[in-house]
Write a protein that binds this ligand. Structure first.
Ligand code: GLC
Length: 539
């Protein structure tokens, strides 16, 4: 009889409803897995790629979107590290999330049914890393099976459902219902089944061994109760986790493929030293392709993110679009939008009504065009009402395109006001989320744009170099790897014993350092102070 395999490396299972790609090492059997709706897909793809590079035993669970993976919708085998959750709901989808909210809930429940009852028992991970509300019930199930878990909040949206509703989707919550977060104390399982909905996000936070947001600033904002309209369980559970030293913020990082020196989408690739010439060539190509005035002196403002009025603030732009373009008619200002979303129609209407086609171009999202636009534009617009992290404000400066942002969440953490005299800062930010604030920041950017070319070139070169260091993908993967090691109490790969404790200690120290900066006192919570099943290492 063969000896059972003795696992030396802990096994991590990343549970995500979307991912924008997998490295070949993780996707050998399946090939070409890609299902992207937004930044969550990019963040999980970078993380998995980074962990594989570090030699970690990482597995991924995601829905089997057959048609998205394969044009003919044929079935793909599970890869050795890729675990596809099957349900007819996923097979013929044309996009990742259903528009209908009830269908979206149904899909999230089907995904979690497969993860909880099929994938967890098969993969037997040491740690499960869940992302957002579509996987937020999994930490409770993991806890009941003695598996440690990390829950990452990429956004604040969430849903709720009764145990009965979960049961109808095939989830059997009998073994883990005590670890879910109910709207009101449920008393018995029977009462909970019919009358008391479970809040998904709060459950993920409550049940996980650790929670993190995708920027430190967003964690502070959640703890301070700065955001309205979010489920009432989220804040107390975040505060409880903070009080227990089990919450932190880890800033995302752009994918390493965002590099103007090697990006195949560019008309002319460039390095920091040759940014002025590179930008000029890419600007000309962008203007030509979009039918804008081919004017090398025009300042181009690029809008890269979803035109979603709830989060991204596109109405701040549409409010002032006509006026701003007109005010800068003789010192030309152009606007390029490469993004989908409900507000696209409104921007198109303004462009047509005021015949701005030579100054404003609105196109649907296209990866190649977006990359060319980063390289050919001078400024990037991101007036988000709230932003858990945001990636475009980190990608843009790598291409010498300076961010113009509302100071919130991850945008506040990553964009600092440019001060030319002191040669500091990397963009322009405004404090009040209204169109006056945005216009003020655009005016600041235009003041910079008309400075002597040598000064601008010096500042942009500095910003490209600093951004490459600051928004480093290795820093991002290391942040998660160190946190996993703290949660597991052992290293992800097998280093020599004395090296084991150092990264774990450093990560724990950083998590603790966050605590004194929080302005809110923790409130009561059901969270047990320490989990006997999952003891953390003494650090
Ligand atoms: C969501 C957030 C965004 C974040 C992304 C990846 O899309 O809105 O701020 O960058 O997730 O974490």
């Amino acid at each position: 009889m063969p000896f059972p395999e003795i696992p030396t490396r802990p096994r991590i299972l990343v549970v995500t409803p979307e991912i924008s790609g997998l490295p070949p090492e993780a996707d050998t059997a399946t090939g070409g897995i890609r299902a992207k709706a937004g930044g969550l897909a990019d963040a999980t793809a970078s993380l998995v790629a980074g962990l594989v590079r570090r030699g970690a035993d990482v597995h991924v669970a995601l829905p089997n979107y057959r048609r998205l993976f394969h044009p003919d919708g044929g079935s793909l085998p599970d890869g050795s590290r890729v675990h596809l959750a099957d349900d007819p709901l996923f097979h013929d989808r044309q996009q990742v999330y259903p528009r209908d909210p009830d269908e979206a809930l149904h899909a999230a429940l089907a995904f979690q049914r497969e993860v909880i009852h099929r994938i967890l028992p098969r993969v037997r991970p040491d740690l499960v890393h869940c992302n957002d509300w579509m996987s937020a019930l999994v930490p409770a199930a993991a806890r009941s099976q003695g598996i440690r878990s990390l829950f990452t909040l990429h956004n604040i949206h969430g849903r709720e459902a009764t145990l009965d509703r979960m049961g109808a989707s095939g989830i059997d919550p009998r073994g883990f219902w005590q670890h879910l977060y109910f709207d009101r104390p449920p008393g018995t399982c029977e009462h909970a089944r019919w009358h008391t909905p479970v809040q998904f996000m709060a459950s993920g936070i409550f049940a996980a061994d650790h929670v993190n947001t995708v920027s430190p600033g967003f964690l502070r904002e959640l703890a301070d109760g700065r955001h309205e309209g979010i489920a009432h369980g989220i804040r107390p559970e975040i505060l409880a986790k903070l009080a227990a030293g089990r919450a932190s913020g880890i800033l995302n990082a752009p994918d390493p493929s965002y590099h103007p020196g090697s990006d195949p989408a560019l008309e002319q690739r460039f390095t920091a030293d040759r940014q002025a010439r590179g930008k000029a060539a890419n600007k000309a190509a962008l203007q030509r392709e979009l039918g804008l005035d081919e004017d090398p002196a025009a300042a181009i403002f690029f809008w890269p993110s979803r035109l979603d009025p709830v989060q991204k603030g596109p109405e701040l732009l549409s409010d002032i679009l006509h006026r701003t373009v007109s005010d800068y008619w003789h010192q030309p200002l152009q606007v390029v939008v490469v993004a989908d979303g409900p507000h696209q129609e409104c921007l198109n209407w303004i462009t047509d009504a005021f015949s701005l086609q030579r100054r404003v171009a609105v196109r649907s999202f296209d990866e190649r065009l977006a990359r060319l636009a980063y390289a050919g534009s001078d400024f990037m617009l991101m007036p988000s009402r709230f932003e858990p992290c945001g990636l475009p404000q980190m990608i843009a400066p790598l291409y010498g395109c300076l961010p113009v942002v509302h100071a919130t969440g991850g945008l506040r953490d990553t964009v600092r006001q440019l001060e030319v005299e002191r040669s500091t800062g990397n963009g322009f930010r405004f404090e009040d989320a209204d169109s006056k604030g945005l216009r003020w920041a655009i005016d600041q950017a235009m003041i910079f744009h008309v400075l002597p070319a040598a000064i601008r070139d010096r500042e942009v070169r500095r910003i490209i170099r600093e951004s490459r260091r600051e928004f480093d993908p290795d820093r991002f993967t290391r942040g998660y790897a160190e946190l996993y090691e703290v949660l597991l109490g052992r290293p992800l790969v097998d280093p020599a014993p004395p090296a084991l404790a150092a990264p774990a200690r450093a990560a724990a120290k950083r998590a603790k350092a966050l605590l004194p900066r929080m302005t809110c006192r923790p409130q009561g919570s059901l969270l047990p102070p320490l989990l006997p099943r999952n003891p953390l290492p003494a650090v």
